[in-house]
Write a protein that binds this ligand. Structure first.
Ligand SMILES: *[C@@H]1O[C@H](CO)[C@@H](O)[C@H](O)[C@H]1NC(C)=O
Ligand SMILES: *[C@@H]1O[C@H](CO)[C@@H](O)[C@H](O)[C@H]1NC(C)=O
Ligand SMILES: *[C@@H]1O[C@H](CO)[C@@H](O)[C@H](O)[C@H]1NC(C)=O
Ligand SMILES: *[C@@H]1O[C@H](CO)[C@@H](O)[C@H](O)[C@H]1NC(C)=O
Ligand SMILES: *[C@@H]1O[C@H](CO)[C@@H](O)[C@H](O)[C@H]1NC(C)=O
Ligand SMILES: *[C@@H]1O[C@H](CO)[C@@H](O)[C@H](O)[C@H]1NC(C)=O
Length: 506
């Protein structure tokens, strides 16, 4: 979850790529995509995967569109289930994330490690309104995209579908499912355990923001705390905060000439809304914290190194203007390298609803808006506030969505964080569930909305330098240690739940 404005992407992004208009808020998700792609392809699928489409109800609740179905894409890896087996199997379900599904989702990462060890079945179902699983392509039908509908899709699928071994024998998942996810899908995994405890006996909630929060200023705070630990320094943090103050004082001065000159220097004259501009130029360090410094580079060095190491930004004695000049250089180079220009950064141009499902979910449910932390010291510009995001939501979803149950337009699009929180318990979820493994990264800003500090009956593991949920799925060596640590808990839980003697004997 994945974004300054990386609304969790937390998270990730998929349909963003297909969006006809581009803007900064989406661009960060596309950047996130860029990080995910090489890791996925570096793990070649070695197991046979079956993909297909399941006929799913368009509306699980209420009478509207009764009987209508859509095709929902799934992927199944039964290669590790022995074909001659009978008995209770270990079954893993990966709820789809806020982006397209890939067949490799069921052939890699922690669930795959565990599947090899425990002869488990691994299944995923694409989340509705992402990838190829669309109840509708008409923006007026976005009312069908809710967490509740998505969760019910997952529940119906695992309870209805007849899972089989590669040579056609039924697979017995009667001991229940372990749900596995990272980021948004990590939160969904925990919520599946909460809402359907008979179907899901456990969950892996990787970097899972289970606390829905509209004004997510903690993101900014964690980035600030992370910088000295990921290649920067406290002096660099202080320098960046000075540049932000200077930028803010210009933008708030109302002096059009000065504002235009500031944008021109950064080669961003075409960015019309000052908040879009400020959000972009003050969020340069964010992804280095979220994913780890090695994932965001500028030329032959990390972005973190380019900003902080031996630069005037880290020089206590240097003038704020000199620091801003350096940041200006970096912004120009970064935009040029990644192809980000005004058309990318402007959000006001997306007046027609784009196919951007994750923004619909954040604008109507979770919030997760990455705003400046309160008070005089913030890395993010202070004009990046909740009003900005409310405006963004209204602009992007301007009353075009028709509620199928009432036939009326959905007005006043705004997050329902308190409703989600109430219904799914926020961080108090730990009091209501067992066998949920929360795994978070200390420098991943999303840990602030996850079960990180609490001691509880659920297991709770932290990683001290790894990034946002990626390491459960990545092939790099440091990630293998992390996965082994997590696997220990899973080995115990699985062995207790489905003792070896009740499993098939091979
Ligand atoms: C800063 O850069 C120098 C030289 O490029 C290098 O030796 C040093 O380790 C770097 N420091 C950090 C904290 O990365
Ligand atoms: C990195 O690139 C810069 C020019 O962009 C060059 O001066 C420098 O030597 C390069 N450093 C390394 C370690 O390749
Ligand atoms: C400034 O931005 C334009 C696109 O808006 C780009 O074509 C040009 O190369 C940029 N200039 C620099 C110096 O990066
Ligand atoms: C907000 O969430 C609550 C709990 O899930 C729900 O009852 C309520 O209808 C939601 N409100 C809106 C405006 O969607
Ligand atoms: C939501 O949950 C969090 C954490 O459990 C709690 O602190 C907060 O008061 C709840 N309400 C809102 C509106 O965030
Ligand atoms: C099941 O098949 C495996 C090979 O796939 C074989 O080693 C094992 O003996 C068989 N077990 C039974 C009970 O048939």
């Amino acid at each position: 979850m994945q974004i300054i404005n990386l609304a969790v992407g937390l998270l990730a992004a998929g349909t963003a790529l297909a969006s006809p208009t581009s803007d900064y808020l989406r661009s960060l998700k596309i950047r996130e995509k860029k990080f995910d792609a090489p890791r996925a392809s570096s793990l070649m699928p070695t197991d046979k995967v079956t993909t297909g489409f399941f006929d799913q109800k368009v509306n699980h609740f209420g009478k509207a569109l009764a009987g209508k179905t859509f095709k929902q894409q799934y992927a199944i890896n039964a290669a590790n289930v022995k074909s001659n087996s009978t008995g209770t199997q270990v079954c893993f379900f990966l709820p789809g994330q806020e982006g397209p599904m890939a067949p490799t989702d069921v052939t890699r990462g922690l669930p795959h490690d565990l599947a090899v060890k425990h002869n488990a079945l691994v299944v995923t179902l694409e989340h509705r309104f992402y990838g190829e699983s669309n109840p509708s392509l008409d923006p007026k039908d976005y009312w069908l995209l809710t967490l509740e509908q998505g969760m019910e899709d997952f529940n119906v699928f695992v309870n209805t579908f007849k899972f089989k071994t590669d040579d056609g024998k039924p697979i017995d998942c009667s001991a229940g499912w372990a749900a596995f996810g990272g980021s948004y899908s990590g939160a969904v995994a925990a919520w599946l355990r909460l809402k359907y405890p008979k179907t899901f006996w456990s969950a892996h909630a990787g970097s899972a923001p289970v606390w829905a929060k509209e004004n997510f200023f903690e993101y900014d705070e964690v980035v600030e705390a992370a910088i000295p630990k990921i290649g920067g320094s406290q002096d660099c943090v202080d320098g960046l905060i000075q540049t932000t103050s200077l930028i803010d004082s210009i933008l708030k001065s109302g002096n059009k000439q000065k504002i235009t000159a500031l944008k021109a220097k950064m080669n961003l004259t075409g960015v019309i809304d000052n908040r879009d501009f400020a959000a972009y130029v003050t969020s340069l360090p964010a992804l280095s914290a979220q994913y780890g410094p090695e994932y965001d580079t500028l030329g032959n060095q990390t972005v973190m190194h380019a900003i902080c190491n031996g630069t005037v930004i880290s020089d206590k004695k240097a003038k704020p203007q000199a620091k801003l000049d350096k940041l200006t250089q970096l912004v120009i180079a970064y935009s040029a390298q990644n192809g980000y220009d005004a058309s990318y950064i402007n959000t006001h141009t997306s007046a027609v609803i784009p196919r951007d499902s994750w923004w619909w979910q954040t604008c109507t449910e979770f919030g997760f808006f990455q705003t400046a932390r309160p008070g005089p010291r913030s890395l993010y510009s202070t004009i990046v506030d909740d009003e900005y995001f409310r405006w963004f939501c209204k602009t992007n979803f301007p009353g075009t969505v028709i509620d199928g149950n009432t036939g009326l337009p959905v007005e006043h699009v705004k997050p329902n964080a308190s409703g989600i929180n109430k219904s799914y318990l926020g961080l108090s979820i730990t009091r209501a569930v067992s066998n949920v493994l929360f795994a978070d990264g200390l420098y991943d800003p999303w840990h602030a909305l996850s079960v990180y500090y609490q001691k509880s009956t659920v297991a709770n593991v932290i990683a001290n330098h790894l990034g946002h949920h990626c390491d459960e799925w990545s092939s790099r060596a440091a990630a293998a240690d992390w996965r082994n640590q997590l696997a220990k808990t899973w080995d115990e839980w699985i062995t207790k739940r489905i003792p070896k003697k009740t499993r098939p004997h091979y």
